[in-house]
Design a protein around this ligand. Structure first.
Ligand code: ADP
Ligand code: MG
Length: 576
């Protein structure tokens, strides 16, 4: 007996409906998205019984051609893509071509449509697998779709619907999100004959917030507009006067599609930390523009959930965008006479004031690009300073100086490492607050559970040298500050290098751990061989090195300098 059969169309469509249509709200979403794709400027949604018995979506869009009406209800019938190559560049909301077919397989759908340039409209009804005939009708330009008796032929699905009010709240949520994502379209939502919400479609976010959430929220908005590495984030957040009892009003879009995503809400909530009372949530409407190649929109059939390839970067941009917006607001205060450029300048200055005045390090990045510097021999002679004559730098690594009758070769990396080591050690032992460079963008680093444990055991050492880290849950560590001597380096690298060292000496005494830890931080932060330093940087380094009790070895015991006395050189000469 044959056991494998091909399923009939109705069954196939009902299976698809099971994936795409969860309930009335999904029907509304699909129909409104179709109306948006049809370039409508006005969309009206009317529902009854939470959408279970009646849903109407009317638009003033481009309408459907007589020849297309029947085929629009076929599975995989779409006017929006032509082949799989188009998939990566879809700009329309829908493209799978299964919404109408799915909805019609589980309800009664009547579609009426008229194209603007045609003087005749048509109407067509499909119920389950029963197709009606296309008839002429008197209708307005655009498309009107009525969906009746959802799940009438799938009792198991019907049974799982919630009460009318719950289903209506889901519809309202969908309509609010779609109107926020389409500020140029005027939306109207009618429930049981009553107008529930209406937007003007005048493209202004503040007006839409006023229309959808009321004037208290609309008056307390801060604009967000930020870009970072090919990503851009725009929208509004409520200021600290707006405290929400729930997370519901953290509304996110990615490339203008409504999404639910933990990384995005984490970013916003972290940025608001300290600004709101504990247990309260911010108000936020944010859209992230990101290359479609960096996300997977397809993990959820209704495209509500997405996955980012680089979650860390996404967290960073959201966090920083919101943080910057809040900071600007703090500067702005109530003084509306100040323009945004002034505020921006002040903001930039505040950011810069975080940076320590260690110009030796400030130079690192720049000097990488610079060509070798020509240094003329010169006598340095200032009060309280070491008198020396700078001969020059060889191999971009060894600084050569003359003091009295001695010639010194100084390894720039070893010397700088030694200087930094003493600085960190002094501040470590002084018990004073360590100098920390707060990161403009905090880093969230995934680690092994054992590493997290190790960090927790030694958190005090990390903090005393200037790291600001915290357990961020799910085996991640958040780094929001690094020792100020390391501000110019990649925070992830310095943290991981230090952690690696820590793993290798975890079994020794506390003091030994501390010493080695400080040495590692100093080593990572020091200028490397091959970096071109300016004359002023060289002088600072030499002065600082000579001010130490024993300048001649680095913390690892390697010599920082090699010394030749004049006599030694004379002997060499004689031998020759
Ligand atoms: P998809 O949106 O994925 O293309 P649908 O099943 O939702 O698939 O719709 C099928 C087709 O019907 C669309 O591609 C479009 O050409 C047409 N259509 C549906 N709704 C509308 C509408 N409101 N206005 C104009 N055309 C529409
Ligand atoms: Mg569609």
């Amino acid at each position: 007996m044959k056991t494998i059969v091909l399923l009939d169309d109705l069954t196939i469509n009902q299976i698809a409906a099971g994936e795409v249509i969860e309930g009335p709200a999904s029907v509304v979403k699909e129909l409104v998205e179709n109306a948006i794709d049809a370039n409508s400027t006005r969309i009206e949604i009317e529902v009854k019984n939470g959408g279970k018995t009646f849903i109407r979506v009317s638009d003033n869009g481009k309408g459907i051609d007589y020849d297309d009406i029947d085929i629009a209800f076929e599975r995989h019938a779409t006017s929006k893509i032509r082949s799989s190559q188009d998939l990566s560049k879809v700009l329309t909301m829908g493209f799978r071509g299964e919404a109408l077919a799915s909805i019609a397989s589980i309800s009664e759908v009547t579609l009426s449509s008229k194209k603007e340039n045609s003087n005749q409209g048509y109407t067509y009804t499909v119920k389950g697998n029963k197709k009606g005939i296309i008839e002429e009708c008197q209708c307005q330009n655009g498309t009107n779709i009525v969906v009746k008796d959802l799940f009438y032929n799938v009792p198991v699905r019907y049974k799982f619907l919630k009460n009318d009010n719950s289903e209506f709240q889901k519809i309202k949520k969908v309509v609010i999100r779609l109107s926020l994502a389409n500020l140029n379209i005027s939306f109207k939502l009618i429930n049981e004959g009553k107008l529930v919400l209406k937007t003007s479609g005048n493209t202004k976010m503040q007006d839409a917030v006023y229309e959808l959430f009321g004037k208290d929220i609309a008056r307390n908005l801060i604009e967000v507009n930020f870009s970072y590495q090919n990503m851009e984030i725009k929208g509004v957040v409520g200021n600290s006067r707006i405290e929400m009892p729930y997370r519901k009003n953290e509304i996110f879009f990615v490339n203008n599609r409504s999404v639910e995503n933990e990384i995005l809400s984490n970013g916003v909530e972290q940025a608001f930390k300290g600004a709101l009372k504990i247990g309260k949530f911010p108000f936020a409407i944010l859209n992230l523009e990101i290359s479609p190649q960096l996300i997977d929109m397809n993990i959820h059939p209704t495209k509500k959930e997405i996955k980012f390839q680089n979650e860390e970067d996404v967290f960073k941009i959201v966090y920083q965008a919101v943080k910057e917006a809040l900071l600007k607001e703090e500067f702005l205060g109530k003084d509306e006479t100040r323009n945004s450029e002034e505020i921006r300048q002040e903001y930039v200055q505040k950011q810069e004031s975080y940076l320590p005045a260690n110009y030796l390090l400030k130079r690192i990045q720049k000097s990488k690009e610079e060509k070798s510097l020509e240094i003329k021999p010169q006598i340095v002679n200032t009060k309280n300073k070491l008198d020396y004559k700078l001969i020059g730098v060889v191999f971009k690594t060894f600084i050569i100086i003359e003091i009295n009758d001695e010639l010194y070769f100084i390894d720039q990396h070893a010397a700088h490492e030694r200087v930094l080591y003493e600085q960190v050690k002094d501040s470590y032992n002084s018990g004073k607050k360590p100098e920390t460079q707060m990161l403009i963008l905090p880093t969230v680093l995934p680690l092994k559970p054992a590493e997290i444990e190790l960090i927790k055991d030694n958190i005090e050492i990390f903090e005393k040298v200037g790291f600001q880290i915290e357990d961020f849950g799910n085996n991640t560590i958040k780094i929001s500050g690094v020792p100020s001597i390391a501000y110019n380096l990649d925070s992830t690298t310095i943290f991981q290098d230090t952690l690696k060292e820590l793993t290798s000496f975890a079994r020794t005494t506390k003091q030994e751990i501390e010493n080695k830890f400080i040495a590692t931080v100093a080593c990572k932060a020091a200028v490397k061989a091959g970096m071109v330093l300016t004359q002023k940087e060289i002088d600072t380094l030499i002065q600082e090195l000579w001010s130490l009790p024993n300048p001649y070895t680095c913390p690892h015991g390697r010599p920082t300098t090699i010394k030749y006395e004049k006599e030694e050189l004379e002997k060499m000469k004689l031998r020759k």
